[in-house]
Design a binder for this molecule. Structure first.
Ligand SMILES: NC(=O)c1ccc[n+]([C@@H]2O[C@H](COP(=O)([O-])OP(=O)(O)OC[C@H]3O[C@@H](n4cnc5c(N)ncnc54)[C@H](O)[C@@H]3O)[C@@H](O)[C@H]2O)c1
Ligand SMILES: [Fe+2]
Length: 438
């Protein structure tokens, strides 16, 4: 026994950096007529999954024209709505019937997500969607494993016809659970399409409302990925470029739908933003929008738009609770917003000033695109909204989207954010950033 035995020596493990990665499909074709590249992909039987509107517009015919002549092509038309399990089953039946070796998803995020889940169920019939949708904290450390041994394989080619979700490059698929009035997100890199064809000819037909909704969805992806706890220099590069492209080209794509350059740049922006959030994920804005959109049947982009300025102000303010993260050393969300403001040349001297200018510019963009300023303005009665709040807050809290948000939301804060969106914007800026201690 000596003095050494009386010393209380604590050993603390040295923190090492977690390994990160950046994964996207290895084949992304973009710019006008990129669909011509379809001939590179041999297939005996291809199923084109699309919806009625896109067949009527003639988009299916364009795709057919660029298929290898020997390929048997069948078109599977699914309803014009966000995907639900019943619809997925119909698609899987068609894939099994024709023994398809290639699936072409032609449509907006709903269609591409539906095709991702069809492919999953076709290749691995035993996959249990409820189980696979189990919540998680870190996409890279899942308890639930997605099936690996595939019964049959099919190549998934995604051709987006909206410029927003970027689902053509993401590992996510959003399913609507109509019975419970909520959205379920499946997330695994195995869901990522094999090939993405980002051809702006398919978005020239988008009506104004869809252009605005999907464009703001894209902006929300980039802003959320930008301040995410999983952000890295790789995702920042994509997020910042996408934000710049949206502010520059979305007003033109909206005002002049036939402007090819603006359409092309917005289509690229959606895909570039999606590369960022495929690896940095999204945040509280998406959790709120999923809950609100599913409960009141509001388009995904519009639901995001109603929350966006409030969530930016929320993330830029001093957090009540930090999100534990091995990837970040301190709270940087407000500084990241300030960097975005600099990138857009919005001016301002201090970080709070720059954040305020970014929120103001976002609100101005939303006004320019004709978005309602509040949920109240959309005609949703106050008592109905109030009645839905507990259920929406629970759904938002269970949503994996916010797990990468820099600020960990308390349930009470989710309630407050819903009410802010109900009351309307214009107030978001005033509530924004107090000077940060960090
Ligand atoms: N997988 C992901 O990574 C991801 C990311 C964000 C959102 N989402 C999901 O994507 C869905 C929203 O997708 P979306 O915003 O692309 O809309 P959408 O796919 O739901 O399409 C909306 C409507 O637009 C029509 N449409 C599509 N393209 C058109 C065109 N070129 N011309 C005219 N009409 C056209 C469709 O027929 C449909 O009626 C939601 O379910 C959302 O939750 C998925
Ligand atoms: Fe989205």
């Amino acid at each position: 026994m000596n003095v050494q035995h009386y010393l209380n020596i604590k050993r603390v493990a040295r923190r090492t950096q977690n390994h990160m990665w950046f994964r996207v499909p290895n084949q992304i074709f973009f710019n006008m007529n990129a669909v011509e590249n379809l001939t590179q992909f041999p297939s005996t039987t291809t199923i084109i999954v699309t919806n009625p509107a896109l067949e009527q517009i003639g988009h299916v015919d364009i795709v057919r024209r660029h298929m290898c002549p020997k390929t048997h092509v069948h078109v599977c038309i699914i309803p014009d709505a966000e995907p639900e399990v019943k619809v997925i089953d119909q698609g899987v039946e068609a894939l099994n019937f024709y023994q398809a070796d290639q699936i072409i998803a032609l449509g907006g995020g709903s269609m591409i997500d539906a095709a991702k889940i069809m492919k999953l169920k076709y290749e691995s019939p035993e996959a249990d969607l409820q189980e696979l949708a189990a919540p998680f904290l870190d996409l890279r450390k899942r308890v639930i494993e997605y099936p690996k041994g595939k019964a049959q394989r099919a190549r998934l080619v995604a051709i987006p016809t909206t410029s927003g979700t970027g689902s053509e490059v993401t590992p996510f698929a959003v399913l609507t659970d109509k019975e419970r009035g909520r959205k379920v997100t499946l997330a695994d890199y195995s869901l990522t399409p094999d090939v993405a064809i980002v051809d702006p000819q398919f978005v020239m037909s988008m009506p104004k409302g869809l252009t605005a909704d999907t464009g703001i969805d894209c902006l929300t992806h980039a802003l959320e990925a930008g301040v995410s706890n999983y952000a890295s220099a790789y995702t920042d590069a994509n997020a910042m470029q996408a934000i710049r492209l949206v502010f520059k080209y979305l007003p033109t794509a909206f005002a002049s739908p036939h402007d090819e350059e603006a359409r092309c740049m917005m289509h690229n922006a959606a895909c570039i933003a999606a590369m960022a959030f495929s690896n940095a994920s999204v945040g509280v804005n998406h959790a709120l929008a999923h809950a609100f959109g599913a409960r009141f049947h509001i388009a995904h982009g519009k639901a995001n738009a109603l929350m966006l300025p409030h969530v930016m102000a929320y993330n830029a303010a001093v957090p009540t609770k930090f999100m534990p993260s091995p990837y970040t050393k301190g709270y940087v969300a407000h500084k990241k917003y300030a960097t975005v403001a600099d990138l857009l040349g919005l001016g301002g001297q201090t970080v709070p000033e720059k954040v305020e200018k970014l929120i103001a510019a976002t609100e101005q963009l939303l006004d320019q695109l004709g978005f309602p300023r509040s949920i109240a303005e959309m005609g949703i009665p106050r008592d109905e909204f109030e009645g839905a709040i507990p259920e929406m807050v629970k759904a938002a809290f269970d949503d994996p989207s916010w797990r990468s948000n820099p600020r960990m939301p308390l349930m009470q804060e989710l309630v407050e954010l819903f009410w802010k969106a109900y009351e309307g914007r214009g107030t978001a800026r005033l509530a924004a950033v107090q000077p940060q201690a960090v």
